[in-house]
Design a protein around this ligand. Structure first.
Ligand SMILES: Cc1cc2nc3c(=O)[nH]c(=O)nc-3n(C[C@H](O)[C@H](O)[C@H](O)COP(=O)(O)O)c2cc1C
Length: 178
């Protein structure tokens, strides 16, 4: 099974990346890709007519994966631009893109007591527009993230258990859906 991991942040101590890396270590039997969305150009209609290789490669990764796990912080009560830009690129042609019918689950994290709930809600709205299949589940929002993920990326046992449960149910959902 191929899983595409999409992060909303890419700095060296990104908690989103730590979470996505942890999934790879908890479930080593799957294949993963974690593209550097921060290296993509901004969406531009002119560029879309003759897509850069980085965009063609991302679209190909979305097409060939069995499911997508998004993990993102919340920025100013919404979705970080780096992630929204990547989704915008892959979303064309509208209503018939590589994202159509693709199983997706969303994890948000924040230091706040709501764990990026607004970013999570916005991501659901965005993936509605791409006709993706959003995994219906208990929402996976990690609150007080600085207390449960250390600066070296190590994750508390409680969050590890939640991530394992969430991801294994998502894989079951992908299998049922396909
Ligand atoms: C530009 C910016 C805006 C932010 N806005 C919010 C916000 O609206 N709500 C929130 O809970 N945290 C906000 N934060 C804090 C991040 O969501 C939080 O630090 C997160 O854990 C960082 O995740 P990362 O390590 O994956 O980058 C903001 C951070 C930045 C840099």
């Amino acid at each position: 099974m191929n899983i595409l991991l999409m992060s909303g942040s890419f700095h060296s101590k990104s908690k989103s990346i730590s979470i996505l890396n942890s999934l790879q270590s908890y479930f080593p039997n799957y294949d993963y890709e974690l593209p550097r969305l921060d290296k993509l150009p901004f969406y531009n209609e002119d560029l879309n007519a003759d897509k850069p290789d980085s965009i063609l490669s991302l679209i190909d990764q979305v097409k060939t994966c069995n499911g997508i796990v998004v993990c993102s912080p919340e920025y100013n009560h919404s979705v970080p631009a780096v992630l929204k830009n990547a989704i915008d690129w892959v979303s064309r042609p509208a209503f018939n893109s590589a994202l159509k019918d693709k199983p997706i689950t969303i994890i948000t994290q924040a230091n706040s007591p709501v764990g990026g709930a607004r970013a999570q809600a916005h991501l659901k709205l965005i993936f509605d527009s791409t006709l993706s299949v959003i995994y219906p589940s208990h929402e996976m929002m990690i609150t007080g993230v600085d207390k449960v993920i250390a600066s070296d990326g190590s994750i508390s046992d409680g969050v590890k258990n939640c991530l394992e449960r969430h991801f294994s149910s998502f894989v079951e959902f992908i299998v049922k859906h396909s």
